[in-house]
Design a protein around this ligand. Sequence first.
Ligand code: ATP
Ligand code: FE2
Length: 327
Amino acid sequence: MIVLGIESTAHTFGIGIFDSEKNKILSNVKHMFKPPLGIGMLPREASEHHYKICDKILKEALNEARIKPQDIDLISFAQGPGLGACLRIGASVARFLSLELKKPLVGVNHCIAHLEVAKITTPAKDPIMLYVSGGNTQIIAFDEGKYRVFGETQDIPVGNLFDVFARNAGLPMPGGPVIEKLALKGRKYLSLPYAVKGMDVSFSGILTSATKMLQKEKLNDICFSLQETAFSMLVEVSERAMAHCNKKELVLAGGVAANKRLREMCKIMCKERGAKFFVPEFQYCCDNGAMIAVLGAIEYDAGVETKIKESKIKTKWRTNEVEVKWV
Ligand code: ATP
Ligand code: FE2
């Protein structure tokens, strides 16, 4: 089965094509909306970007996969969670293609798609996933019939912590990669609020304290301390989730998965408890259409289909609300 997957939950519009018989991703094309410097992303502007670019991305994805529209067997799209204005573009393109090509439609959950693509592109079989991006910070795994959220941020996502701190410090966007570079030159650990509450984490206190430090401490040291504190918190709750579910694999997903220090800390933790650690190729860590195609194929195989009248977007669709028929 050839599946075309559409991602448009936030700033990325992506289309991926997956061949489920060969278990192979044939193409994964995406383009990211970049707001003007110093301004946050306005959903309406991001959705305009998606609207303008969708046909170009579609053509490229088909070309790269060397297929024609008629070869597609199934259309899959990210139905939620995400920004309404952005989700609506992907859903509209998906409905149009489904009607035009007379092929079935499946609406999938974006967060679970991150986990399923990790299982296709790495040796992981039943992992705990640490999903860290600008819009999400969650620890997810399949347990007792459902994908469950074992821990998450109580306020801002970790990528957002980096981006807002960078903006406060006058650094360019996105903040994560710049902070990673500066942190390498940091020598002194400055104490920041380490906020793990049960299985959840909180980053807003770190943001306030680190921003205050800008007046008297060296930027390199603040960046170093910011990373060490935030990542220690994330690795602590990931380890606790692994112990609780007795899982032996950890995968990283989301844009923050690019960070070498976070990878190193995860690797050390996994090694110490005899577990395996995997990071998918970076194009599959970030938001992408291939992961939507992969989950669409899995769900359709298990008998899931979304009729047009049920294809309304779900902006607040929680991971644990998804009815899992395919595991
Ligand atoms: P989602 O919709 O899944 O929440 P997103 O819209 O935030 O995703 P991503 O590309 O997955 O998009 O993640 C972007 C985030 O990743 C930004 O906050 C950015 O600062 C962060 N990031 C990127 N590279 C690094 C890095 N090397 N170190 C730390 N953070 C990074
Ligand atoms: Fe994502």
